[in-house]
Design a protein around this ligand. Structure first.
Ligand code: GTP
Ligand code: MG
Ligand code: ZN
Length: 295
């Protein structure tokens, strides 16, 4: 057997093994060395020994960025690497968790990654969610209303995602895998290896990257109940919320937490109806979480 080597990109990671796209072939690679970790989106160097034994990843190239979440104990867990854009997916069903959407947006802001909101299942009744969607639009977050069922809005969304790698995140059942299948027709995102059947539905279990166009990729991630971006400072909560951060420049105290402090411009804006009460509550919850993790 001939030895071979090259570079590639990690499409999915399964514990101690990874699926690597190397030119036009897919390779199931092991990881060389106990300490090596590779996540979906990593650029890697791999090689196959002449003696056989299968290809192995030898090194992971430095990451442009790494999207992580904090687990129940406050430790950072990787989600995907080298992401250009975070697409927060919501739908009329299951009932939208806006607090979760806020935290994903905060996570993107903290990493300087572009964010957008995809509201899927526009074939269902969207009217109860209009108010919240308008709040996000007014804050400058691009919002796309689509239906993978009827095809409405899918082309426009595809256009917005035609450059770079987009990570799809959100609650289970909002239609992330359906979006991948609608946008990348050869994706077949619901393959058995990557899903588990729950109540008759295929739910994604592992993040998987798919080719979208010549310059673009989509990463399908498992649905979540909860998410919080890792942070090293309690003040990160403020930076995660665009409008609170903007108002903070006018607060009397530099270390204002925008709760009950006198001379708080963010609170004044809240009382004047210029900041959404729900968004402020969302900010407060993230601040409390960080205060608990970083007393
Ligand atoms: N009505 C309607 N249903 C949709 C639409 N898109 C997806 N669905 C349905 O929503 C359900 C969940 O879709 P998935 O694509 O598996 O959702 P997901 O976000 O990948 O879920 P997880 O993998 O569990 O995180 C499926 O039953 C889909 O058929 C849509 O535009 N309209
Ligand atoms: Mg899925
Ligand atoms: Zn303040």
């Amino acid at each position: 057997m001939r030895s071979a080597s090259g570079s590639g990109i990690v499409l999915a990671s399964f514990g101690r093994g990874v699926l690597v796209q190397a030119d036009s072939t897919l390779l199931h690679c092991s990881l060389k060395g106990r300490k090596l970790r590779a996540v979906c989106g990593d650029r890697v160097l791999w090689s196959s020994p002449p003696t056989g034994g299968g290809p192995a990843v030898e090194a992971v190239e430095p990451r442009r960025n790494l999207v992580e979440r904090i687990d129940a104990r406050g430790r950072a867990e990787p989600v995907a690497a080298n992401v250009d854009r975070l697409a927060i997916v919501l739908a009329a069903e299951p009932q939208p968790d806006w607090y979760l959407a806020d935290r994903y947006w905060a996570g993107a802001r903290l990493k300087d990654i572009d964010a957008l909101l995809i509201f899927n299942k526009s074939d269902l009744d969207v009217s109860p969610m209009r108010g919240e969607l308008e709040t996000y639009r007014a804050l400058g977050l691009p919002c796309f209303e689509v239906s993978t069922l009827s095809g409405a809005g899918v082309e426009a969304l595809g256009g917005a995602l035609s450059q770079g790698a987009t990570l799809l995140v959100g609650q289970s059942g909002v239609g992330k895998s359906s979006l991948v299948n609608a946008l990348a027709p050869d994706a077949a995102a619901q393959t058995a290896e990557l899903t588990r059947e729950v109540e008759g539905r295929h739910t994604t279990t592992t993040a998987r990257r798919y080719r979208l166009g010549p310059q673009s990729a989509l990463v399908d991630a498992p649905g979540v109940r909860d998410f919080a971006p890792p942070a090293s400072l309690v003040r990160a909560a403020e930076r995660g919320f665009a409008e609170i951060h903007r108002w903070s420049a006018d607060c009397r105290f530099n270390d204002c937490r925008h709760l009950e402090e006198p001379g708080c411009a963010a609170r004044a804006a809240l009382l004047a109806g210029q900041v959404s009460a729900r968004r402020h509550e969302s900010y407060r919850r993230l601040l409390r979480l960080y205060e608990k993790l970083m007393p």
